[in-house]
Design a protein around this ligand. Sequence first.
Ligand SMILES: *[C@@H]1O[C@H](CO)[C@@H](O)[C@H](O)[C@H]1NC(C)=O
Ligand SMILES: [Cu+2]
Length: 227
Amino acid sequence: MKGITIVLGLAACIDTALAHYRWTSLVANGTKSADYYYVRQNTNYNSPVTDVTSTDIRCNAGGLSGSSTNVATLTAGSTVGFQLDQSIYHIGPILVYMSKAPSAVGSYDGSGSWFKISQLGPTFSSGAINWPTQVDKYSFTIPKSVPSGQYLLRVEHIGLHQGNQAKGAQFYISCANVNVVGGGSGAPGPTIKLPGGYSATDPGILFNPYYPVPTSYTFPGPAVWSG
Ligand SMILES: *[C@@H]1O[C@H](CO)[C@@H](O)[C@H](O)[C@H]1NC(C)=O
Ligand SMILES: [Cu+2]
């Protein structure tokens, strides 16, 4: 009994004491930007967000303003990525969203509509669930037909190692200020609000990754808009 307590205590300790992975920079035109040059810097250092009803779920704690963050010019249809400061070491999916700023993105708080442009989840083979491993960068395409203009570009890793517990899922989020050029006349959707679009009991958030071994995974949020 004592041994179990010590092991659990250690596990909890490691989880808070270790430097967590953070999405610190944007990769555009094949070039990685400096940390927090285009990515809004959060104020909770490397702690995850755990409350999906908080405005922190938009762009992490401290991410509602990006007035001191630069704006990256991105071409619609191009490949873009977010780079982490260290590889992801928790199990869970990666999701990417965009939200159009009503005016300058630096002063946009993300209270508008969000649509999803990419997601990566587990694969299933011979009774096992296999999560993306050793990810230190996630790349995706800015949809070709997205209307030109300024957007928040949001990346999220959902740590599901404690996803079997209420509010156990951990959201590692960053948002970049971007200006899309060369876009089209697509109508991005379906959309959600953040907070609002996620519930703590969504099957992809309150999710037991261990036993019985899952045979499917339902991503939270809307379907991916392909553009
Ligand atoms: C990427 O390349 C385009 C086209 O040359 C340029 O307009 C844009 O500023 C570049 N973006 C970044 C973030 O370097
Ligand atoms: Cu952790």
